[in-house]
Design a binder for this molecule. Structure first.
Ligand SMILES: Cc1cc2nc3c(=O)[nH]c(=O)nc-3n(C[C@H](O)[C@H](O)[C@H](O)COP(=O)(O)OP(=O)(O)OC[C@H]3O[C@@H](n4cnc5c(N)ncnc54)[C@H](O)[C@@H]3O)c2cc1C
Length: 546
């Protein structure tokens, strides 16, 4: 494949100012990365965790309250939980994975309780463990990562992976922003836990989430899956980055004349909001919340109200403008394809966890936001860390390996002229933000966007390497570009409407397309089908068709 030929840059000793050797390198310090680090250390591995921001405050979980898919160890309750999104997810979830995640989430939540996470007590005296407050949760996770003995490099984005002669992933390089120093971590295995891709849409916690892990992994030969399920849009005030949308269940949506918009709503009616926003502004008012609910809201998510209070807007009586911000794969479900229970990718030595990995296995084509994603982050992180620790043992005995840098566009010098990463960011956003292109897709518009995105990629492959100051932004821009191409190529192939993959030109569900779309490649993007492992019985298929 194209990337093999590109990965020809040998790593020299001088390639990084800070040199580290470790068994397991975890890239990304959100919940998935933190659980991975803890699980790897528990298996005796030495662990290094690098984060683009500050592990504990960076990423999508840290600033928000997070609903968690925590279900009692009761057969009926778990069956009910599994069924809750199965149909909405286009029946692409797999029972075995849902069972595993429910159980691991239960176990890890017990661990959080033992560690002293302050779960609230309900009226019957039991602990309420169906949500986690991001700041408390991630503060605790950082503490536990450190206690486990892992080394943390904050403000140290990874830029590219390293591979050995056998194509195994063997570390990464990056830069520490606070000092400007470059770093090289040689590792027995690597966990990608870099979150999803929200295309720098300014959604809270998401501006570090630019798909870097997808890019780095694909450059080493990894595959992605479900990239057509990548068009989650968060609902929020147009003047604020807060896209927590639970409270909009108590909202009425109005047009510019103050007339309620029929059918508009936070969940099922979000499509009407997207459609209306194409021609006129949409306003919301949380006028269905009574006094008790209002008090609960202020208590449950204080940061929801900050921007309203600052602007002197009363969201319970004033009409305020709303927007839908693209959250891409953060609350979508696409991501790196995992091939075994330990969340290994198809590339030896490379593991994926959290939003960086596909969540189709537990939520299919429907968003994993609200509960499943948080459960997946802590379960997949746990498994990936353990798997990576095992793998690192298997390469420990190898002689010092000759490593190559796997990075391509935006890091290798293509010999051409300099380019502006901000211009590339804007160019990608122009293709992926518009509701008419991405909320609902259409073959001619997908072709139209892909023509420009492919041309942009070809140009970047020929362009000069960016300056050291621009290196991080350049790789973010390239990662967003690569993500948009996997996303739209996969969307082209799904000629039906399933879950969040909505096609204007193929409005219905096609029972013949109950498969995954696995994608990959950089210069040439490819997409192939893969079967889902728990095919529904025939009568089930008839039911869907009806
Ligand atoms: C507003 C909002 C509300 C949500 N609410 C819920 C909910 O209620 N329930 C639910 O289940 N899910 C919810 N989600 C989704 C949930 O937040 C994510 O699924 C979860 O954060 C995923 O954890 P993660 O560790 O994979 O990624 P993140 O928490 O996003 O962490 C990724 C980390 O990787 C780091 N990183 C990125 N690139 C690099 C790089 N190149 N090098 C080094 N580090 C890097 C980032 O700095 C970040 O710290 C919500 C998402 C949003 C945006």
């Amino acid at each position: 494949m194209a990337h093999t030929a590109l990965s020809s840059t040998l790593l020299t000793g001088a390639a990084g100012q800070q040199q580290i050797e470790t068994d397991v390198l975890v890239i990304g310090g959100g919940p998935a990365g933190a659980w991975a680090a803890i699980a790897a250390a528990a298996r005796g591995a030495s662990v290094t965790l690098v984060d683009k921001g500050f592990c504990g405050t960076s990423g999508a979980t840290a600033p928000s309250g997070t609903g968690l898919w925590h279900v009692a160890r009761d057969k009926e309750a778990r069956e009910h939980a599994k069924a809750s999104r199965f149909t909405m997810g286009g029946e692409l979830a797999e029972h075995a994975w849902m069972d595993r995640v429910l159980e691991q989430t239960w176990i890890n939540t017990e661990t959080l309780t033992e560690w002293g996470y302050p779960f609230p007590v309900d009226t019957s005296g039991g602990l309420q463990r169906t949500s986690l407050q991001g700041p408390e949760y991630m503060r605790l996770m950082r503490k536990k990562v450190k206690e486990a003995g892992a080394r943390i490099l904050d403000h140290s984005p990874a830029l590219e992976l390293l591979t050995d002669e056998g194509g195994r992933v063997a570390g990464a390089t990056g830069v520490t922003r606070t000092t400007g120093e470059t770093w090289v971590v040689r590792a027995g295995s690597v966990v990608i836990a870099t979150g999803g891709c929200a295309f720098l849409s300014r959604a809270l916690g998401c501006n570090v989430l630019t798909g870097d892990g997808y890019l780095m992994a694909a450059e080493a030969g990894a595959e992605l899956s479900g990239m057509e399920f990548s068009n989650a849009y968060g609902l929020g005030p147009s003047f604020s980055s807060v896209t927590k949308s639970l409270f909009y269940n108590w909202a009425t949506f109005y047009d510019r004349d103050g007339v309620p918009i029929e059918g508009a709503g936070s969940s099922r009616g979000r499509g009407i909001i997207a459609k209306t926003l194409q021609t006129q502004p949409v306003f919301a008012c949380l006028d269905k919340a009574d006094a008790e609910i209002r008090a609960w809201m202020r208590n449950a998510q204080p940061n929801f109200f900050v921007s309203f209070d600052r602007q002197g807007i009363d969201p319970f009586s004033d009409h305020f403008p709303v927007a839908l911000r693209l959250e891409g794969t953060v609350r979508g479900t696409g991501g790196l394809h995992v091939v075994s229970d330990d969340c290994a990718t198809s590339v030896p030595g490379l593991y994926a966890a959290g939003d960086a990995a596909t969540r189709e296995l537990i939520c299919g084509a429907f968003t994993g936001g609200g509960s499943h994603n948080a459960a997946w982050a802590l379960s997949s992180g746990f498994w990936a860390g353990a798997g990576a620790a095992e793998h690192s043992r298997s390469v420990r005995g190898l002689a010092r390996r000759v490593l190559r840098r796997a990075g391509t566009a935006g890091i290798q010098d293509g010999g051409g002229t300099a380019w502006d990463p901000e211009a590339v960011v804007r160019a990608v956003q122009a293709e992926v933000f518009p509701y008419e292109r991405n909320w609902t897709r259409r073959a001619d518009l997908l072709d139209d966007s892909l023509q420009r995105l492919d041309a942009l990629w070809a140009n970047l492959r020929q362009a000069a390497a960016p300056s050291a100051e621009q290196a991080v932004r350049a790789r973010e821009a390239v990662a967003m570009l690569a993500t948009s191409r996997w996303m739209y190529r996969s969307a082209q192939q799904r000629t039906e409407t399933r879950g969040m993959a909505r096609r204007q030109d193929h409005a219905g569900l096609d029972i013949a397309q109950r498969h995954r779309l696995v994608s990959g490649g950089l210069d040439e993007v490819w997409v192939r089908r893969q079967n889902v492992h728990n095919a529904a019985p025939a009568n089930e298929l008839e039911r869907i068709a009806a």
